[in-house]
Design a protein around this ligand. Structure first.
Ligand code: ATP
Ligand code: MG
Length: 285
């Protein structure tokens, strides 16, 4: 039986590593200003995997880039471990939708690229780069150029590149959206395994309800124009997760709830004020 509770267990909540409070973003363009994010508040605890889900153009990438320090908010605050994010930081690794590898460098050299940028000793990181590539199933491909790799392989190189300097936080913007369904499923499993080994805090943008439900501890739905946070929902599935959970009625119920909220986000008129965020935990008995 499905029971829904609207309460969050505030007592058990650990202090947030990432704290986004009433963040707003307006892009000032030559034409009219673009109100990309009206108000977003979300906390992410250390080790948590939180997905941002929502219709195209609702400000998911904008929010992620602000957390990365690549865009400045026009209002509100973003704190990482208590200090304000003002610029890109070493403790954050970013993975973009497109793998954005340097085409003239090998897979190994691409993974090591942040080490060169950060002026850290390359030799000390060469072994780690090899281990990471091995972990994502790319041993033997270290010296291949991106053009000799498939899309999924390139994205795996990009994941290794984001992990090479051991950041606490991974920000991932639709990293698997260009992949076919089977490769995407494989990448989801690979990512779960990587995170079981290298404990990271992850904020993950996706359009895929299934992907968000499978990977996340919490799913945050953004929507409205300009956007706000419409739902912040705990995923009630134990870890480690295997694909079988996707066959369960519980998984279907969670996906249905997320889909209905996104549909509402698509259709909803611009809110006069920030609507109250619905915080929800589904429990199954
Ligand atoms: N640099 C920019 N200058 C002006 N407007 C921008 C800029 N970047 C994004 N926008 C606008 O801000 C809004 C939010 O864009 P954003 O890319 O964050 O959406 P998104 O939710 O990531 O969409 P998608 O799912 O399609 O990637 C959109 O209306 C977009 O046109
Ligand atoms: Mg985007």
């Amino acid at each position: 039986m499905l029971a829904a509770e609207s309460a969050v267990d505030a007592v058990a909540a650990p202090p947030p590593l990432v704290s986004v409070t009433n963040v707003q973003k307006t892009y000032f363009t030559r034409q009219a200003p673009v109100h990309a994010v009206a108000s977003a508040s979300v906390n992410v605890a250390r080790g948590e995997f939180v997905s941002l889900l929502g219709p195209s153009g609702c400000g998911k990438s904008t929010l992620l880039m602000m957390i990365a320090g690549l865009e400045r908010p026009t209002g509100g605050s973003i704190l990482l471990g208590g200090s304000e994010v003002k610029q890109p930081r070493r403790d954050i690794g970013v993975i973009f939708q497109d793998a954005t590898l340097l085409p003239w460098k090998s897979a190994l050299e691409n993974v090591l690229f942040p080490i060169r940028i950060l002026k850290l000793p390359i030799e000390a990181y060469r072994q780690r780069a090899g281990e990471l590539l091995n972990m994502v199933g790319l041993s033997g491909f270290e010296h291949k150029k991106p053009s000799q790799l498939s899309g999924g392989m390139r994205q795996r190189v990009a994941i290794c590149r984001a992990l090479i300097h051991d950041p606490d936080i991974l920000l991932m913007d639709e990293p698997f959206s260009a992949l076919d369904a089977i490769t995407r499923d494989q990448m989801n499993v690979a990512l779960s395994e990587i995170l079981e080994t290298y404990k990271k805090t992850v904020i993950f943008v996706t359009h895929s309800i299934r992907e968000a439900a499978f990977l996340s501890d919490r799913v945050v739905v953004m929507g409205g124009r300009p956007s706000t946070i419409m739902l912040d929902m705990q995923m009630p599935f134990r870890r480690p997760r295997r694909f079988e959970i996707e066959e369960t009625p519980e998984f279907a119920a969670v996906c249905r709830k997320l889909r209905l909220t996104i549909e509402q986000a698509h259709g909803s008129p611009q809110p006069a004020q920030s609507p109250a965020v619905e915080t929800r935990t589904l429990t199954f008995e």
